[in-house]
Design a protein around this ligand. Structure first.
Ligand SMILES: Nc1ncnc2c1ncn2[C@@H]1O[C@H](COP(=O)(O)OP(=O)(O)O)[C@@H](O)[C@H]1O
Ligand SMILES: [Mg+2]
Length: 241
């Protein structure tokens, strides 16, 4: 039996002692996996658990067989995460420094990291960005820098947490095109299922649990119906976020 790409076994996550993910078990191998859910449903928590940035309170998380919370070194080669806000990710002043940092983290020499950074910029026709000051780029451009930094590390799986939040329509369309051309497997987290058209599999998270899991064609309409029902209620007191 081959090792599943994503393997969550009875995962709970409880930052500060309050459970926000409850007993999540799932296996997935699809190339394009969507995660939908309301604000506060636990999507970002799931993203952080999948990337191994946080340890589950209970259960196991394995990505391509790697225990990503425990084996951080192997995790860096296995899974990359694009945060909702690029400014929470970027640590260096220039584009080339930002991209090459991850490569040196993987153990590449300075020369190799520089070469691979140049190649990554060339792949996106952004060679002229190498020395650019990141803070002078637009949010969409900074998002692309983060994506290039992740892609340069060649992870098997890339987690995208609301990658289009705050981007205008042309930038969203450009990033959509870039994402559709990637070879890596994607987990794309969003509150807006429009972004998941054509996805092989969609997982609907509600209150820290898997509410539905299946083909996008069935999960997305069910999610939309439920969201419309909630939107028509007069009483918003029970609605989170
Ligand atoms: N570090 C944390 N400490 C305490 N509560 C948290 C922490 N991270 C997330 N939460 C809570 O977990 C719930 C799910 O949050 P989150 O995963 O960010 O949801 P989503 O991304 O779906 O909006 C929310 O109620 C949030 O307040
Ligand atoms: Mg979130």
């Amino acid at each position: 039996m081959s090792i599943p790409l994503i393997d969550l076994n009875a995962v709970s996550f409880a930052p500060g002692g309050v459970a926000v993910l409850h007993d999540v078990t799932l296996q997935a191998n699809e190339r394009r996996i969507g995660v939908v859910g309301r604000n506060g449903s636990g999507k970002t928590s799931l993203a952080r658990v999948l990337a191994g940035l946080v340890s589950p309170a209970a259960g196991q998380v394995r990505i391509a067989g790697v225990d990503v919370a425990k084996d951080r070194k192997a995790a860096l080669r296995t899974v990359g995460i694009l945060f909702q806000n690029p400014d929470h990710q970027i640590i260096f002043p220039t584009v080339e420094e930002e991209i090459s940092f991850g490569l040196t983290q993987l153990g590449q020499s300075g020369t190799d990291a520089a070469q691979n950074t140049t190649a990554m910029l060339a792949q996106f026709d952004r060679t002229h960005w190498a020395k650019a000051a990141i803070h002078q780029l637009s949010q969409g451009q900074r998002q692309l820098v983060c994506l290039m930094s992740i892609l340069a590390m060649r992870p098997k799986l890339i987690i995208l947490d609301e990658p289009f939040a705050g981007l205008d329509i042309p930038t969203t369309l450009h990033l959509t095109r870039v994402l559709s051309q990637l070879d890596a497997h994607l987990v794309h987290i969003t509150h807006d299922p429009q972004h998941l058209a054509g996805y092989d599999r969609v997982i609907w998270i509600d209150e820290g649990r898997v509410a539905r899991d299946g083909a996008g064609q069935t999960v997305i309409p069910a999610f939309m119906t439920r969201m419309q029902q909630l939107g028509e209620q007069d009483d918003f007191t029970h609605l989170s976020g």
